[in-house]
Design a protein around this ligand. Structure first.
Ligand SMILES: Cc1cc2nc3c(=O)[nH]c(=O)nc-3n(C[C@H](O)[C@H](O)[C@H](O)COP(=O)(O)OP(=O)(O)OC[C@H]3O[C@@H](n4cnc5c(N)ncnc54)[C@H](O)[C@@H]3O)c2cc1C
Length: 448
């Protein structure tokens, strides 16, 4: 998304743009894969803030993405948080969000008011350096409410020691404004970006892994691909993880060792385990929301699960495909750390099967008897993301931001090489919203 949005914005302004993608298909985390007749998404379940006046509306319109078939999630409860046996609903719009939760927490109305005004805060510098957990605990005194409010946060790493308020607010507020699913797979979004890019004169080449960025006289002069192809340009933007980008500049007069060391030392967020289910036809009704499940009261640092449903084809009211996501650290896969995709052995398959069954058992708390409706199960671990997208540690959201060290962990698109720019989820914000905003910052370094 980061690379494709930069390419779109630059080509629209008349720049000649070429995108080099190492994989066989473009899209990175947005790509979909086929098993049988069904397409499965990898890193796209829903997007927030697409309606008029909301954060992604104008830029998605400019990118031609608003014309895709978006399905608005249930305004009365687009996200639902199940803690124990109680389900709490997130309603669309800040006022309805507040009013709905105030019915469950009448004593906490004032806290909810403060929370909703926090979600509309625009003081970015303050939010970058403020620890989300500490701040939220200071305005919300009922532990269950704090868990509920943070319950849809599987779309970020809910880590109490580090998570900045900035990530928390940007990862929640747009979804409360309005939440949307694509009627179709994430490839639609990728295809649209590529279609626009070529209409604007830009180009994309797949199977083109950049293995070196050659520096001459203090600037990058060319990108060398694994195939031996060489591309010269005035500017180079990298959407790869920043430490991978820097490793591509093998010799440099400009990049200081201390900068390389700093980037290499940054920690990455955890990865995800995903269980993707193909369901038997016409058995499980489609649900137009995401369900988040927690065992105990504590969402922070806890083991949460997100259950998301793909919009059915045609006018069917039944779900064919459901994803269950839960955070996973790559260390849980340490036994297979030196293996590659499709060659990890039987033990790994058993590990994934067992984990998938755990996820299905949790999902059965809200979809009783789910196991009897399953036709196929597909799974992925952080190793999958590491090997396909070159995401270090199989991280789902890139570099971990730390409220205690914003200057270290929030990266600028600029590097010390004047014509080498960075973009993507590791810089400032992750997710479609974050990566799109970051791409706008990156391209502003080249054009106004
Ligand atoms: C399981 C999961 C679920 C998610 N769900 C959502 C969601 O519902 N909503 C949402 O908004 N966000 C979601 N996200 C996050 C979102 O998908 C990402 O934040 C976003 O897509 C990242 O985009 P990116 O461009 O920064 O990186 P990537 O998608 O990783 O793109 C980087 C690209 O660079 C390529 N590359 C790397 N090295 C080289 C090289 N040397 N040469 C050439 N190419 C190279 C890679 O192949 C890849 O295509 C999810 C993520 C995960 C993992």
């Amino acid at each position: 998304m980061g690379g494709l949005v930069c390419a779109n914005l630059l080509s629209k302004k008349g720049q000649r743009v070429l995108v080099l993608e190492r994989q066989h298909q473009p899209g990175g985390c947005l790509q979909s894969y086929r098993r049988g007749t069904m397409m499965y998404d990898t890193g796209l379940h829903y997007v927030g803030g697409l309606a008029e006046g909301q954060p992604l509306h104008d830029i998605f319109k400019e990118l031609g993405l608003l014309s895709l078939p978006w399905q608005r999630l249930d305004p009365e409860g687009f996200d639902r948080i199940m803690i124990g046996n109680h389900e709490f609903l997130f309603a669309e719009g800040f006022d309805c969000f507040l009013a709905t939760l105030a019915k469950d927490f009448p004593e906490d109305k004032e806290s909810l008011r403060q929370y909703v005004s926090l979600l509309q805060c625009t003081d970015e510098e303050w939010m970058q350096k403020t620890n989300a957990y500490t701040y939220l605990s200071s305005i919300i005194h009922t532990p269950l409410l704090l868990s509920v409010l943070s319950g849809a946060c599987l779309k970020m790493e809910l880590r109490r020691q580090t998570l900045p308020l900035f990530t928390y607010v940007h990862g929640n507020a747009p979804f409360i404004q309005s939440s949307w699913r694509l009627k179709g797979d994430g490839n639609m979004l990728v295809r649209k970006l590529i279609e626009n890019l070529s209409a604007q004169g830009g180009e994309l080449i797949c199977d083109a892994e950049v293995v070196e960025l050659v520096e001459r006289e203090g600037i990058i002069s060319k990108a060398v691909c694994k195939s031996g192809e060489v591309y010269e340009a005035r500017y180079f933007i990298s959407d790869a993880h920043p430490s991978i980008t820097l490793s591509l500049v093998k010799e440099s007069q400009v990049l200081k060792k201390i900068y390389r060391r700093r980037i290499d030392s940054l920690e990455n967020t955890n990865g995800m385990f995903t269980t993707q289910l193909l369901l038997k036809p016409n058995e499980v009704p489609y649900f137009n929301y995401n369900e988040f499940l927690y065992d105990g009261y504590e969402a922070w640092d806890g083991r949460g699960y997100m259950v998301s449903c793909r919009v059915p084809e045609g006018d069917s009211h039944y779900a064919r495909q459901i994803d269950i996501l839960t955070p996973m650290n790559i260390n849980e896969c340490s036994a297979w750390i030196n293996t590659r995709c499709m060659h990890r052995g039987e033990e790994y398959l058993r590990f994934k099967e067992q984990k998938a069954q755990e996820c299905i058992a949790v999902a059965e708390r809200f979809l009783p008897d789910l196991h009897s409706h399953i036709q196929e199960i597909h799974t992925s671990t952080p190793l999958t993301y590491r090997d396909y997208n070159l995401s270090p540690d199989g991280s789902a959201y890139g570099i971990r931001k730390d409220a205690a060290a914003p200057l270290m962990t929030v990266l600028s698109p600029r590097t010390s090489i004047p014509n080498l720019l960075l973009t993507g989820q590791s810089l400032m914000l992750h997710g479609l919203h974050g990566v799109t905003m970051t791409a706008m910052y990156t391209t502003r370094e080249i054009i106004e």
